[in-house]
Design a protein. Structure first.
Length: 132
């Protein structure tokens, strides 16, 4: 049984945003990729940009992983987060397109984690830069 406070704070069906399972149109618009950069940030970014030129994606952003001082001391390898997005706004990226990017990066960059960036019913769910 709902009391008055619950009714006031519970969103109605009209105001509740659609979730992934309820959306009408869902598409992948990019990927975030965590990479190791033992050779220096600038070199890794230029290699990633060059590799992406041969695919349907482009390098949009690159930023350093934010961590505590203890993590930095223990882990000598710096980690970088790269955001690749589709070259055209109206394109749905397939798994094959993402694998094509990973194939291009394979001999140059070692990556550890990949997250797909999606759009639901035209609303982008690109997360702001992730802080750790």
């Amino acid at each position: 049984m709902m009391n008055a406070i619950d009714r006031a704070t519970t969103p109605t069906d009209q105001t509740r945003p659609l979730g992934p399972r309820e959306s009408v149109r869902r598409r992948v618009i990019g990927v975030d990729l965590w990479v190791e950069c033992p050779s220096g940030r600038e070199q890794v970014v230029s290699q990633a940009r060059l590799a992406a030129m041969r695919t349907h994606l482009r390098l949009s952003e690159a930023w350093d992983k934010v961590g505590s001082e203890n993590t930095a001391r223990v882990n000598e390898l710096a980690e970088l987060q790269l955001r690749f997005v589709a070259r055209r706004d109206d394109v749905h990226l397939t798994d094959e397109a993402i694998c094509e990017l990973l194939d291009q990066l394979a001999g140059r960059i070692r990556w550890s984690q990949l997250v797909k960036l999606e759009e639901f019913d035209g609303v982008s769910v690109l997360e702001p830069r992730l802080a750790y």
